[in-house]
Design a protein around this ligand. Structure first.
Ligand code: G4P
Length: 298
């Protein structure tokens, strides 16, 4: 469930996170592997400041593996540790636990030298709605301790969950707001399912997705929708998909809304393939396609 964020919500979320941050040694920043930049909250650096951080590229089962590797390398080149994770199936969880501990090993060693009794490393998960925070907490804990779905206003007693002997995880995540100001960021978030479908223009998002898929994943689209040749414009591609799937209204007119729903649903569930919506140094520029794109007839 996505939340409508207003300035008051943002300020409150920020305050709550700052309180929690005082309790932890290291932060796990959760991003969507398919769109690591767009699923990143713009003020996270300000909020977390210089607290050690490990980046998780979650939903890596849905992302293009080669592109995910490129993102991990990109983060590493910036001296940041990132690990691909599939929170549903538990892939990458042990590597995440190891990296999280390593991120504060020096600090823990120094404490030990000073004679301060050793204790487990404490961590918390931070991320925008729907990125998989609760799923990851439950998966790391090995049982259901966090509720899926976000309700930032609900406060309840938070607890530490033991992850092995060396790590403790806060059972309530820090929820950050997504950034919508940039149109492309909004389109990618909407395509990924991070924004409620009721508040987005499904057809606009589907047109963006059609253009992107044609550019980077033409073969996967041809195979999925049994298409021989991908047409030039995103509208024509959407029409072809609609025709193939029998999305026709009376008089043989394409039902654009239904077609958009199908394309988005099949993308989000990974049926078209393992697809990333963002890649480092992407040659795809939607502006090259969008200006000529006429409004679909209604
Ligand atoms: P949140 O706490 O950050 O809001 O996210 P949550 O764990 O509730 O997960 C949001 C949706 O993403 C859930 O789908 C969840 O199953 C799915 N999800 C989480 N991690 C992964 C992953 O690694 N891979 C895949 N494929 N899916 C993942 P849902 O319950 O079906 O919700 P929705 O799709 O109806 O929004």
């Amino acid at each position: 469930m996505s939340i409508q964020w207003f300035p008051g919500h943002m300020a409150k979320a920020r305050r709550q996170i700052q309180e929690k941050l005082k309790l932890v040694d290291v932060v796990i920043e959760l991003l969507d592997a398919r769109l690591p930049m767009s699923s990143r909250n713009p003020v996270i650096d300000e909020v977390v400041q210089d607290k050690p951080r490990v980046i998780v590229l979650n939903k890596s089962d849905l992302a293009d593996p080669g592109i995910t590797r490129a993102w991990v390398d990109r983060f590493q080149s910036e001296d940041r540790q990132a690990v691909p994770v599939d929170a549903l199936n538990g892939k990458g969880i042990s590597q995440l636990a190891r990296l999280t501990q390593e991120a504060v090993q020096d600090k823990m060693d120094r404490r030990k030298k000073k004679g301060i009794a050793g204790r487990a490393v404490r961590t918390m998960i931070l991320g925008i709605p729907n990125v998989g925070k609760s799923s990851l907490i439950n998966r790391m804990a090995g049982r259901k301790v966090a509720r899926t779905g976000d309700r930032p206003a609900v406060t309840r007693h938070q607890q530490w969950v033991k992850i092995g002997k060396q790590l403790e995880l806060l059972d309530t995540p820090g929820i950050l707001w997504p950034k919508f100001e940039d149109k492309m960021v909004g389109l990618r978030l909407a395509a990924s399912g991070a924004i409620k479908d009721e508040i987005i223009d499904l057809e606009e998002v589907a047109l963006y997705l059609a253009a992107y898929l044609k550019f980077h994943y033409a073969d996967a689209v041809k195979q999925r929708f049994k298409i021989d040749e991908i047409p030039d414009s995103p509208v024509e591609l959407l029409e072809l998909i609609g025709t193939k799937r029998g999305c026709l209204r009376s008089g043989g007119v394409i039902d654009y809304e239904k077609t958009a729903e199908i394309l988005l649903r099949e993308f989000r569930s990974g049926k078209i393939g393992a697809i990333s919506l963002e890649r480092p140094d992407d040659p795809f520029h939607y502006e090259d396609f969008a200006p000529e794109t006429p409004e679909p007839p209604r």
